[in-house]
Write a protein that binds this ligand. Structure first.
Ligand SMILES: [Fe+2]
Length: 499
């Protein structure tokens, strides 16, 4: 392919690359299709030589981490089955590599400022690729002028308030200055969904040091983003919140699920991947007097029972497991993967992948195909976030599709600080930096299948536990026994009911 054809190929994907950038890329022999897919996923749409070089370094680092991951291949013999999906290779590439905590680092105010600076920079880079924000200026530079009719800025919101006349008052800041912005009440530009600590673009006019906002640009996803498809007829299954050990655990749901997974139906015979988004057990001491609600009162016995469940899943199916807030790992997010001492048996299985929460991963990614990118997040932030935003609260926490869409629109899994416990460190791992094909969440024990602009599948997965008094207290309503699955080639979604 000559250079003009390559430029055409980039342009057809709405990526602008200059001549020097293209020459440099060609000199590296990097696979052009993979590079374009990675650019779209990372929202990297304007490229010169320097940005190509930087991006290739990032991709190389990712590749190295993947190699590290794939070198850990413990194995133990398990009975095999003869389902159709067994005939295909599998691949699970984990992009979210947990921080090395072997040497504890001190946490102080600087840790928090670094954390928020990283959030701002990551989402600013996403917003800067939006055409209307290309000419964005720093707050410090616009405060040098008194009046300006056409100003665009990328800011973090410090606070959202309402004037006595009903106008929205925003306190905004970037790395250079702070400013007050006003959205007049007659403008309906999405101000009801704004919350503190999120990063947005604002377009408006500056008058006597106040920004009057005419438009809000949320990061969202670019129009160029396209769904990935794999080329093999394979299926992924999405579950969460088993809550093994609870008095309300539903063994019939488990039994029917395992019968289906081991069965010979067309859908079941295509299963190659199972993602489990946390709360695999009910835990111990998660809330006061929990012991009265527990059938299995010892945490190791709970995890041992979960291991028995996993052992009944055929070994040609790759199983990805992240923890939730009921699990025995650090509660601050990102939560590290399960320690192997809870899983002495399945941690040695080649088909079991213990990952952090949240976790970005690619299923069935091979040289000629990026696979399907899944973002798993247990969802501890959801209840607080839903309660904090009136327009979300009116839909109720049992109907989380609006909430999940808002997470993608804000490109953050817990945009409101305090909605979940975080580990202050130099990077904010809850920013949705790469665009997933599937956002898989749990925690609410409801059930929801939806999509963001028909491009990102949004799943809030069900539970293997009935309604509990604890759920009554936190306002969750169980919709147990629903299991979501998706054909990764056709991207058709289905679900089973086992309750
Ligand atoms: Fe749960």
């Amino acid at each position: 392919m000559d250079k003009s054809e390559l430029i055409e190929k980039f342009m057809s994907n709405n990526i602008l690359i200059d001549n020097d950038g293209l020459s440099f890329l060609c000199s590296t022999n990097y696979n052009i299709n993979n590079f374009i897919s990675a650019c779209i996923a990372a929202d990297n749409l304007f490229l010169d030589k320097n940005s190509v070089e930087d991006f290739l370094k990032t991709l190389d680092e990712k590749d190295k981490k993947q190699e590290q991951k794939t070198t850990i291949q413990p194995s133990i013999s398990k009975p095999s089955t003869h389902n159709r999906s067994k005939d295909y290779d599998s691949s699970v590439i984990v992009h979210s590599i947990p921080e090395d905590n072997t040497i504890p680092k001190p946490k102080n105010v600087n840790s928090f400022s670094g954390y928020f600076a990283d959030r701002y920079e990551k989402i600013k880079n996403i917003l800067f690729n939006r055409p209307s924000l290309k000419g964005s200026r720093s707050l410090n530079s616009i405060t040098q002028t008194t009046n300006d009719r056409n100003v665009s800025v990328i800011v973090m919101i410090n606070s959202v308030g309402t004037s006595k006349n009903g106008h929205t008052i925003l306190e905004i800041e970037d790395m250079t200055a702070k400013l007050t912005a006003i959205i007049m009440k007659d403008k309906l530009i999405g101000q009801n969904m704004l919350i503190a600590d999120e990063v947005v673009g604002l377009i408006g006019s500056l008058s006597n040091g106040t920004l009057f906002v005419n438009d809000i640009i949320f990061p969202g996803i670019p129009k160029t983003f396209r769904k990935n498809h794999i080329t093999d007829p394979l299926r992924a299954v999405f579950i969460s919140d088993l809550h093994i050990g609870s008095n309300e655990y539903l063994p019939k749901v488990e039994e029917r699920f395992l019968k289906w997974v081991n069965g010979t139906s067309k859908d079941a015979s295509e299963i190659k991947y199972i993602c489990i988004a946390g709360d695999v057990v009910d835990g111990v001491g998660i809330y006061p007097d929990q012991k009265d609600d527990l059938k299995i009162k010892n945490i190791f016995d709970q995890y041992n029972t979960f291991e028995t469940f996993i052992e009944k899943i055929p070994d040609h199916i790759q199983i990805v497991i992240c923890p939730g807030n009921h699990d025995a790992v650090r509660q601050a997010e990102p939560q590290p993967p399960f320690d192997s001492h809870y899983f002495p048996t399945i941690s040695k299985f080649r088909n079991v992948h213990l990952v952090q929460n949240p976790c970005s991963l690619s299923l069935h990614s091979f040289d000629n195909n990026p696979g399907i990118n899944v973002l798993m997040y247990h969802g501890y932030s959801f209840t607080s976030l839903n309660n904090a935003v009136p327009d979300l609260r009116k839909h109720g926490i049992s109907n989380p599709k609006f909430l999940l869409k808002e997470l993608i629109r804000k490109r953050h899994l817990a945009p409101l600080f305090g909605s979940t416990i975080i580990t202050p460190k130099s990077s904010d791992d809850l920013v949705i930096n790469s665009i997933p094909d599937i956002l898989h969440t749990g925690d609410l024990h409801g059930f929801c299948i939806d999509s963001y602009e028909n491009k990102i599948d949004l799943f809030s997965t069900s539970t293997f536990q009935g309604q509990t008094s604890f759920m009554d207290r936190v306002g969750h309503t169980a919709n147990p026994g629903k299991v979501i699955h998706e054909n990764l080639m056709t991207r058709q979604i289905g679900y089973e009911t086992f309750y």
